[in-house]
Design a protein around this ligand. Structure first.
Ligand code: NZQ
Ligand code: ZN
Length: 392
């Protein structure tokens, strides 16, 4: 195993009605003037926003609201949020929603607390030195942003989707009530399950040393999400299944399933971010659409991990050569995607990129990772292009 740092400072309140504690938590972390940041209105329609503002009013905590964080959240709204924070002297951010609202709030925090253009952090030009405290009420189990150090923003100028990671952005608290995810469309639930699994898979497919404890936890997490994704497909109001998936979402991306390894591969995510930037697809579906092509391209270079995955996660029969078992595991994973109505190629994802688009995405992807990246297999621009082509 390799040495590691594990930092997961977010206080988690998990379970029914935990949102009732939001005002108490904001006070605990020193908030007196809050920016409530949310998405396109699901939290208004569900009544959650009224509940939250009612609790803040009762506790005499001042707030301003900013909605409009779209899936693949945009830089322009981040700028708007920063200006609003300045005008209103905000000292606390409360994101209410899914990964997009949370990521947008993280970016607002960086831009508000530091001078200069917030995009510099996402463009890799410099690092944020501070932020302001962030709390989260999660309504979609998917990205793990409620406990992760990262946020992903799309710059409309050039449709560039970029992530920025910093411990400064980690939420002070995350309120996770599985019931709040019951209003999700089935498609978003399935996309969420896909994303959650992928955050652990990215860490799992590595060629360097690993840790038995980490591997075993990762496999348990993956089997749990796989099983409960099917339960939710048939019974979306199943509380226990919602809860299993929600907690898995946080543990999948708070570093736990990467302890003792090199941090993982992450090329499926990098390839998807280019698709999301250019075609504005839902992140989880984009991952499902690209994963099979990525896996078939790299598995020979990381055969022992693909075999282990096939046996311990996809539970395929231990029969045949290592390569046959690894391939059976990839096929079983694609069958699983189909079973929860996820795409397994770009056509099924609903997009038809031209050859020029594929070349552009591969170029931007390679540029974004400094030329090449990957732990299961190190990929260069020509490899990325080959994977995009195979995913058509
Ligand atoms: O915008 P509203 O109206 O709230 O509707 C949202 C949106 O349309 C809806 N929704 C959320 N909760 C709901 C609900 N609808 C009904 N009931 C509810 N309870 O679902 C749609 C998707 O929401 P969004 O927040 O965009 O989804 P998600 O949580 O999947 O976030 C996706 C973004 O996060 C980034 C992705 O790239 C993408 O931009 N990621 C962030 C990561 C991180 N910060 O650590 C890691 C991930 O790998 C990912 O890249
Ligand atoms: Zn993801």
């Amino acid at each position: 195993m390799l040495d590691f740092k594990y930092f997961a400072p977010t206080k988690v309140l998990f379970g029914r009605n935990t949102e009732d504690k939001v005002a108490e938590l904001i006070k605990e972390f020193g908030g007196s003037k809050v920016l409530i940041h949310y998405g396109g209105g699901s939290v208004i329609r569900s009544g959650l926003m009224d509940k939250v503002t009612g609790l803040l009013d009762e506790a005499r905590i001042k707030y301003v609201k900013l909605g409009g964080a779209v899936p693949n959240p945009r830089l322009q709204l981040v700028y708007e949020g920063i200006e609003l924070c300045k005008k209103e002297n905000v000292d606390f951010l409360l994101a209410v929603g899914g990964g997009s609202a949370i990521d947008s709030a993280k970016a607002i925090g960086y831009g508000y607390a530091n001078s200069g253009d917030v995009w510099d952090f996402y463009a890799g030009k410099r690092k944020a030195e501070k932020s302001i405290p962030l709390g989260v009420i999660l309504t979609l189990a998917a990205t793990g942003s409620e406990m992760s150090d990262s946020s992903v923003i799309t710059n409309e100028d050039g449709l560039i989707k970029k992530g920025y990671s910093s411990d400064l952005g980690r939420a002070k608290f995350a309120i996770m009530n599985p019931e709040l995810t019951m209003t999700l469309p089935d498609y978003q639930t399935a996309c969420g399950c896909t994303d959650i699994m992928m955050h652990t898979m990215e860490r799992y497919f590595t060629k360097v040393e690993t840790m038995e404890l980490t591997d075993t936890m990762a496999e348990a997490l993956l089997r749990t999400v796989k099983k409960n994704a099917i339960i939710l497909r048939d019974d979306p109001k199943n509380y226990d299944a919602r809860a299993e998936v929600m907690w898995a979402g946080s543990l999948s991306h708070n570093g736990l399933t990467g302890c003792g390894t090199d941090g993982g591969d992450w090329m499926s995510h990098k390839l998807e971010h280019e698709i999301g930037g250019l075609f504005d697809v839902t992140h989880g579906a984009g991952l499902a659409a690209i994963w099979g092509s990525w896996a078939r391209y790299v598995y020979k270079d990381c055969l022992h991990r693909f075999k282990r995955y096939a046996l311990n996660v996809m539970e395929v029969e231990n029969k045949g050569t290592d390569e046959e078992i690894a391939l059976a595991g990839i096929e079983a994973m694609e069958d699983f995607y189909r079973s929860i109505n996820m795409p397994t190629n770009l056509r099924e994802l609903g997009i038809t990129p031209t050859e020029e688009d594929l070349v552009l995405m591969a170029h931007k992807c390679a540029l974004g990772v400094g030329g090449g990246k990957g732990s299961a297999k190190f990929l260069k621009e020509e490899d990325m292009l080959a994977i995009y082509r195979a995913s058509m």
